[in-house]
Ligand binder design. Structure first.
Ligand SMILES: [Zn+2]
Ligand SMILES: [Zn+2]
Length: 122
């Protein structure tokens, strides 16, 4: 077992606290479960040498940040749809290409979005 400090946005940290209380487990157990899930996806799909097909779903306050990312990663984006949920933007990207670049696209979006999900499809 290794210990290291991790910084989380306040809202996410509160959610981690809430889940750990509800499940009666430590904060570390909740974080370990979440990290394990990401690491599994990363090692299977978001890596060099794997040609991946997947979907990225992103909820943002505006579209500007996402559109800059789209320009940089347009070679990956096979399809894109955009809709409005209240005053927020929901973008759905079908991505196909190098797994490592999809990982970069995903992490870049998640820094700019309220919520970002990746689902590998193959
Ligand atoms: Zn894949
Ligand atoms: Zn929009």
């Amino acid at each position: 077992m290794r210990r290291f400090g991790v910084s989380l946005p306040d809202e996410l940290a509160q959610e981690v606290d809430k889940i750990s209380q509800e499940l009666g487990v430590t904060r570390s157990a909740v974080v370990a479960q979440a990290v394990s899930s990401f690491v599994h996806t990363y090692s299977q799909h978001l890596r060099d040498g794997h040609r991946c097909l997947g979907a990225v779903i992103s909820l943002t306050e505006g579209v500007e940040a996402a559109s800059r990312m789209m320009e940089e990663y347009k070679d990956l984006i096979a399809n894109y749809s955009h809709m409005h949920i209240g005053d927020r933007c929901l973008s759905v990207f079908v991505v196909h290409g190098d797994g490592r670049r999809i990982g970069e696209f995903l992490m870049g979006l998640s820094e700019r979005a309220a919520r970002t999900l990746f689902t590998p499809l193959e």
